[in-house]
Ligand binder design. Sequence first.
Ligand code: ADP
Ligand code: 5GP
Length: 204
Amino acid sequence: MSTSPPAEGPRPADGPSSPAVGQMLLVSGPSGTGKSTVCKLLGEDPRVQFSISATTRPPRPGEVDGREYHFVSKERFRELIREGAFIEHAEVYGNMYGTLRAPMEDAIAAGNIYLVEIDVQGALQLMALDVPGLYVFIAPPDFETLRRRLAGRGTETPEILERRLRKAEDEYRERVKYDHVIVNDDLDRAVAELRRITGLEERA
Ligand code: ADP
Ligand code: 5GP
């Protein structure tokens, strides 16, 4: 099994990338399409390692340092930027967030899947930086289903739900930029498809 990361270069517009473990797997898509549900199931495989970002945002109740995020001071975050520790970083609602380089490199070198679950904006940033990996867009079966799932999750006010649905339509247009689009109709089928395209199934 190769332990080197895949070569950099343009990704095929719609063709499959070579199935292999030891790579970044980026999972993205509009809010409510099932990214975290799918990623949680995929993460049951011990060869899958979740990316944990660093942030200057204070932890919310129940959040644990090193589990949801690495919580750091603004000063430490600036130091990490200077050290080149981030692949990308951004300010969101006044707080800084960044994807750390070293854990990704270590996971890939160890032959694992480094799973980055990120919103569409963040995914486009990583594509623009030519970060090698498999870019997967999780699509809703249709927008009515997406509305039902978002409403059913019960985490959004009606106003935010409408805003997210409008944003989802814009984000949906970006799916053509990804290596794969997985329609999350049946959860088990969607996870199985992800396992297949990452090579996890083949090497089970
Ligand atoms: P995201 O992380 O993309 O915002 P979630 O994983 O929170 O989305 O999923 C949104 C809601 O849809 C959750 O309530 C989840 O249980 C549900 N859900 C996810 N995938 C499916 C599926 N294949 N079929 C039915 N419901 C699903
Ligand atoms: P929250 O504070 O609610 O956990 O996250 C707020 C926003 O920050 C979300 O939109 C999330 O996608 C984004 N975010 C989390 N980690 C990162 C990261 O490492 N880089 C970037 N660019 N955005 C991130």
